[in-house]
Design a protein around this ligand. Structure first.
Ligand code: AR6
Length: 183
């Protein structure tokens, strides 16, 4: 499914994000930046040790106490097809009463801003927070699609943003949300 936003394209696909050819792929990391399960585990496994070394350097220099929720940092893509990995931390779902929506929005927005600032033209996101962090996918899809749409309407540096879903069901949820938001 594809949508045009100004000069840019928003695309929804089902894939393993570690196989996606984009200037940058986004990692749904945790504050430690030291890897984990889910998409984070796959990115580090397939990308090799260079990514973790760069994450360690970022911890030593920029974020000694860990990357706060909603912020984003960038490393190389190591052995991945993607040139860069943008690491962001989504919120853990706590029932919706702990500014989760605002933090998830910030994770998308700060990743897009960083991509733009680094001259990245194509960027791919997984469904941040909807795995181990248990964010309900319908609500998360509205934030993901809505935040990307809003960003692309204001900013003309990115050519393509791909939202990469890992199951048919997740792709269906995101596609229904996009159909509504693009009316
Ligand atoms: N490609 C695309 N999507 C994937 C892939 C993949 N290879 N693998 C999983 N997903 P999660 P979170 C989907 O748990 O909820 C980690 O341990 C998955 O089906 O990866 O933000 C980190 O270290 C789901 O839809 O991220 C953190 O501790 C989505 O990616 C914590 O999990 C996100 O699931 C972050 O939790």
């Amino acid at each position: 499914m594809k949508f045009q936003v100004g000069n840019a394209t928003l695309e929804l696909i089902k894939a393993d994000i570690t196989d996606v050819e984009a200037d940058a792929i986004v990692n749904a990391a945790n504050s430690s930046l030291m890897g984990g399960g889910g998409v984070d585990g796959s990115i580090h496994r397939k990308g090799g040790p260079k990514i973790l070394e760069e994450c360690k350097r970022i911890r030593e220099t920029e974020w000694p106490d860990g990357l706060p929720t909603g912020k984003a940092v960038i490393t190389s893509g190591g052995n991945l097809k993607a040139k860069h990995v943008i690491h962001t931390v989504g919120p853990v779902w706590m029932g919706g009463f702990h500014v989760e929506a605002e933090l998830l929005k910030q994770a998308y927005r700060n990743s897009l801003k960083l991509a733009s600032a680094k001259g990245v033209k194509t960027v791919a996101f997984p469904s941040i927070s909807t795995g181990a962090y248990a964010y309900p996918i319908e609500e998360a899809s509205r934030i993901a699609v809505g935040t990307v749409k809003e960003f692309l309407e204001k900013e003309d540096k990115l050519d393509k943003v791909t939202l990469v879903l890992f199951s048919d069901r997740d792709l269906k949820v995101y596609s229904e949300t996009a159909s509504i938001l693009f009316g």
